[in-house]
Design a protein around this ligand. Structure first.
Ligand code: CTP
Ligand code: CA
Length: 233
């Protein structure tokens, strides 16, 4: 059967999407990582490509199928992800950070493997904070007029629910759009469906979406289209 016709409503748009989870080296053979599959980011890149955008996917340790996304830059650590994003952002009309970025990294990474010392317990690993790539991109706007989009996987806690934390994060980050995704209890990470709220930099709701990661991806692009000036092409 012929492929279904998809409206080319993102034609002329240059987009960069980060996906996956960064790994912070402890020594040459070990790392601190996270469980992000990268599937939501791959779905965003794929949806944009299908809708005619010129897409680069910056993939941090992706093992999931890339679903035909043509242009992929592979990175490992947060430092590498940051470097690639900052290199690509000056040419991008839209940057989307779906990658799960390690908040902290080991302060030192010895050039040789850390050994057990008989009779001694484990040595503590000192951590330092990573730069906030999304907040930097939002603050610096490496291309004028660029739309900057972040993702926030949240659980509620004693101090507030998912939406409270998501709105506060939107105000902190300064991205034009923040996609808030409730996780935990079988939601979000590693699953096939998502339910999200899209808020602006003030934490005000601009859209809601639920469904497969592809459906959520299409809803995000619909929202980006509404938020950005008309595409000149
Ligand atoms: N992000 C980033 N650089 C970091 C941390 C996060 O670019 N060092 C981006 C993520 O890619 C995502 C957004 O910021 O788009 C939100 O990530 P999240 O981990 O939810 O936010 P944090 O500010 O790290 O807050 P938390 O304490 O909840 O982890
Ligand atoms: Ca974090």
């Amino acid at each position: 059967a012929a492929a279904p016709v998809v409206a080319q409503d993102l034609a002329g748009l240059r987009v960069v999407v980060s996906a996956g989870g960064t790994r912070e080296p402890i020594d040459p053979v070990r790392f601190i990582g996270n469980l992000s599959s990268g599937r939501q980011g791959i779905a965003l890149a794929c949806a944009a490509q299908d809708r005619g955008a010129d897409v680069t996917l910056v993939g941090a340790n992706l093992t999931e199928p890339l679903d035909g996304v043509a242009d992929v830059v592979r990175v490992g650590s947060t430092a590498e992800l940051r470097e690639s994003m900052r290199l690509l952002a000056p040419d991008a009309d839209v940057v989307v950070m779906t990658a799960a970025v390690a908040d902290f990294r080991p302060a030192r990474t010895p050039a040789s493997k850390i050994k057990k010392v008989p009779g001694q317990g484990p040595a503590p690993i000192e951590l330092v904070e990573n730069p906030d790539i999304l907040a930097e991109l939002a603050r610096e706007r490496l291309r004028p007029g660029q739309v900057v989009v972040g993702f926030a996987a949240e659980t509620g806690d004693d101090t507030g629910d998912v939406w409270h934390h998501g709105r506060a994060k939107a105000r902190r980050k300064g991205a034009d759009l923040l996609v808030i995704n409730p996780v935990g209890h079988g939601k979000g990470f590693g699953t096939d469906t998502n339910e999200v709220l899209i808020v602006d930099a003030h934490g005000e709701t601009v859209a809601q979406a639920q469904g497969t990661k592809r459906e959520v991806a299409d809803a995000v692009w619909d929202t980006v289209l509404k938020a950005s000036p008309p595409i000149s092409s």
